[in-house]
Each structure stands twice: as structure tokens, then as C-alpha cells.
Write a protein that binds this ligand. Structure first.
Ligand code: GUN
Ligand code: ZN
Length: 451
């Protein structure tokens, strides 16, 4: 371990891609959706060395193709790559673990599984499978929990680097309330995280997240040392869990009686910042949403996980309240989440909204999956839309991928936003992994459903 791989950094294709282009120029939760959406029914994406040079109508841009190969994806919908703002790679093999809610699920299934990631070879084999799974599902960037072992982070970043992916990850910090075999110590977690930041953060497309598991498995000393890392490395992330489950929230109050609530534990220890991302937030109070808004921190909404573990129904409309808006992305949260697919995640997000008497439109759902996720990760200057200069990670969706989808979408590629909204809704609900025809990383095809 520890050797640089042969060709770290960026690699990139120069291509021209023809198809229907759909991305965002604004947030459809605020203002008319039609003003936030950018749609070109016969579009052309021009990519130079992995960077978007132009996106627009084929008729306007065709004479700029030059010597680039022209890839004809007509009949498909091309969107920016999906962004998964919360997932655990060591939990890949324990997806669909039966019968428990959060705290019992952690003890019974999760901790024994994560122990296996002390073995670097095993960790690398799972990291490879995990990244293949993401690409098959159209996910091009993710914020990823590794395990407590620094070598589990090395294995993940090496696998991501080999695929030229923009990925964010970090070593789990936990120094109490977990089996000895998974616990570090406050000081060692600080030192190991620091060494990993120095090794990986900003290397090629890779970024580091300081990753205390959740307040229950960290001492106050450890949380404060996590904040010290954020002070010392201001552009790394903070990634943790927050207010997921009722029993968890009650336990945090017992463990930290001197604080006003769950978020206050993170706040008073210095962890609530603009580059902080909190998974779940199902049990947050209005005041806590407001505090996250003030701090410009982000939430990962993980509906498949919240339903699977019986955690509850996230109040998306509260997070998107225009008076104190909170940045929100979607997370699969595999292995508590039940699918790697962000389109399956939008499906369940829609149903969570329904159970709360709310509507999640197709355009809003796709925003959360793309530009919304990029904003939650403070990566909107690099990812999330087809603006020139951004990195050319995109996904090709086939609205007629199965006989059923072909029947549902028999009119083909829409010419108007109204018809597009209906077609997109079918993908938001039924698309899953099957609608993903191809995934491109830096302009190069990294997955095709045909091969
Ligand atoms: N809270 C603390 N650890 C975890 C985890 O691994 N998964 C989920 N869903 N919640 C957590
Ligand atoms: Zn999680």
C-alpha cells in the first residue's frame, strides 16, 4: 500500500455526443420550474479533453465538431451524471439485512461486516465492485464512508483513481460505543485522518471527508479533533449522520446531556460548516433546519434507507423552505439503502413526499440527483450541469429501455417541456438501473448496457 499508482490524475476524451440534453440553470424548488430547466431535444455536447466545451442545439454546434468522433445517442436523454451524497462502500455486501432498526442493525450486521475491511485485498475487491455498481447506475460522483481502517480508504481511492472518478471519502472515526475491533482513539483517528488528507485530498479528482460515524460513537474529544482537521484543511469535507432515528436521538441526549440537542453536539464541537454534509435529518426540528441553513451546511436525503430501517419520512419541503433554505442532495445510503440506483432513490423520494401529502415533481427530483447534489457537495463549479468548463461526466438514459418503458414512452423523445416532464416522471419512478444506457466519465464511456 501507499505507492502512487502509475497514472494518477485526469484523463479525458474529446468527443461530440448527439442526443436530447437535459440539465439545470437554477433550482426548480424556488421559482417556476420551466426557468430552472434547460432542454434541447436535438442537442450536441462538445467535449474537449474531458471538459465540456459547449452544449446546445445540434444545428448550432455541428460545425464545431472538428476531428472529434461523433457519438449518436439520438433517442436518448442525456443528463449530468448522478451524484450520490451518502453511501457506505464497506456495506455493499450486507445490503438487505433483515429485520432491525438503526441501532440494532448497526450492532447485528454493520459492525461485523466492516471488520472485514481491515484486509486491504478484500477492501480493494469490494471497492472495485462498488464502483462498477455506481457506474452501472449512472452515478459518477459519490460521498462515501470507508471503514475505520486507513487501508480501507487507500483501497477505495486507488480503485476510484484507476477509473478517473471524482469521489469523496474518508476514514470512519469512532472511539466508543462500538466493538473494540472497530474502535480507534481520538488522537490516533486525528493522526490517521491527517495522513490520509495529506496523501489523497486534491490528488487528481479525489477529495477527502473527515468522517466521524455519528455522535454516539465519538467522544467529545474526538469530535473536537475532527473540527481541528477542518480548521487545518479548510477545503476538506465533514461527513456524518444526523437525527435519523427516534431512539438514536434519545441516546444522543443521554450521551451529551450538556448540549441542547443532536445538531448542537456537532455545532458546539465545531463541525457545522459550509462543507459539512449530514446524512438523514429525518428527526430534525425546525430550529435545527434553520441552523443548518445559516451555516450553509447540507443534508443527504436517503429515502430507501429511511423506509428500509423504518427511520421516518424526511421533511423535504422544510429543508427547501425559502426562508431558510438548506442544500439537499440524494443519498442511497447503501447498505441501509436498498439500491445503488439514484433513479430508484427518486422513486422512493416521491413516495415519501406522497405519504406526507407533498408532491415531488420530476424536474425537482432530477435536480436533486444532479445539480442539487453538486451544490450540496460545493462542487457546482465542476459538476452537475452542462455549463462550459465543467467536467464531462454524464449519463445516457433510454426512455424505451424495456418493453414496458417503450410502451409507456412510445412517442419517443419529446419536443416540449410539458411532454418531457411526463417522460421524465416515468424514469424517476421506473427507470432504476435499466434506463441507464451508458455512463461517461470525462467524456469517455465508462459503462454501456450493450457490452
Ligand atoms: N448511523 C451511524 N452509522 C450508520 C450507518 O452505517 N448507516 C446508517 N444508515 N446510519 C448510521
Ligand atoms: Zn449512512
Amino acid at each position: 500500500m501507499g505507492q502512487p499508482v502509475a497514472s494518477p490524475g485526469l484523463s479525458g476524451g474529446s468527443v461530440a455526443v448527439r442526443g436530447a440534453l437535459l440539465d439545470y440553470v437554477g433550482d426548480p424548488f424556488y421559482g417556476p420550474e420551466a426557468e430552472a430547466v434547460r432542454y434541447v431535444a436535438d442537442g450536441l455536447l462538445l467535449v474537449r479533453e474531458g471538459t465540456i466545451e459547449a452544449a446546445g442545439a445540434y444545428a448550432d454546434l455541428a460545425d464545431r465538431i472538428g476531428d472529434r468522433p461523433l457519438i449518436d445517442h439520438r433517442g436518448t436523454l442525456i443528463t449530468p451524471g448522478f451524484i450520490d451524497t451518502h453511501i457506505h462502500y464497506p456495506q455493499t455486501g450486507m445490503i438487505a439485512a433483515y429485520g432491525e432498526q438503526l441501532l440494532e442493525w448497526l450492532n447485528r450486521y454493520t459492525f461485523p461486516t466492516e471488520r472485514k475491511f481491515a484486509d486491504p485485498d478484500y477492501a480493494r475487491s469490494v471497492a472495485d465492485l462498488f464502483l462498477d455498481e455506481l457506474l452501472q447506475n449512472g452515478t459518477t460522483t459519490a460521498l462515501v464512508f470507508a471503514a475505520v481502517f486507513p487501508t480501507s480508504v487507500d483501497a477505495f481511492f486507488e480503485a476510484a483513481e484507476a477509473r478517473h472518478l471524482r469521489m469523496i471519502s474518508g476514514k470512519v472515526m469512532m472511539d466508543r460505543n462500538a466493538p473494540d475491533y472497530l474502535c480507534d482513539m481520538a488522537k490516533s483517528s486525528y493522526e490517521e485522518s491527517k495522513a490520509l488528507i495529506e496523501k489523497w485530498h486534491g490528488r487528481g479528482r479525489l477529495l477527502y471527508a473527515v468522517t466521524p460515524r455519528f455522535a454516539a460513537t465519538s467522544t467529545e474529544t474526538q469530535l473536537k479533533l475532527a473540527a481541528k482537521l477542518l480548521d487545518e484543511f479548510p477545503d476538506v469535507y465533514l461527513h456524518t449522520h444526523l437525527s435519523e432515528n427516534v431512539n438514536e436521538v434519545a441516546w444522543i441526549k443521554e450521551l451529551f446531556p450538556q448540549y441542547q440537542g443532536y445538531l448542537d453536539v456537532y455545532d458546539q464541537t465545531g463541525l457545522v460548516r459550509a462543507r459539512s454534509l449530514f446524512a438523514h435529518g429525518v428527526q430534525l426540528t425546525d430550529a435545527e433546519f434553520q441552523r443548518l441553513s445559516e451555516a450553509k451546511a447540507a443534508i443527504s436525503f436517503c429515502p430507501t434507507s429511511n423506509l428500509f430501517l423504518g427511520s421516518g419520512l424526511f421533511r423535504l419541503e422544510q429543508a427547501k423552505n425559502p426562508e431558510y433554505p438548506v442544500k439537499v442532495g440524494l443519498g442511497t445510503d447503501v447498505g441501509a439503502g436498498t439500491s445503488f440506483s439514484i433513479l430508484q432513490t427518486t422513486n422512493e423520494a416521491y413516495k415519501v413526499a406522497q405519504l406526507r401529502g407533498q408532491k415531488l415533481s420530476a424536474f425537482k427530483a432530477l435536480f436533486l440527483a444532479t445539480l442539487g447534489g453538486a451544490r450540496a457537495l460545493c462542487l457546482e463549479d465542476k459538476l452537475g450541469s452542462f455549463d462550459p468548463g465543467k467536467e464531462a461526466d454524464f449519463v445516457v438514459l433510454n426512455p424505451q429501455a424495456t418493453p414496458l418503458l417503450a410502451l409507456r414512452n412510445d412517442a419517443g423523445i419529446p419536443q416540449t417541456l410539458e411532454v418531457l416532464e411526463d417522460l421524465l416522471f416515468s424514469l424517476v419512478i421506473m427507470g432504476g438501473d435499466r434506463a441507464v444506457a451508458a455512463t461517461y466519465i470525462l467524456g469517455e464511456q465508462a459503462y454501456s448496457s450493450k457490452v
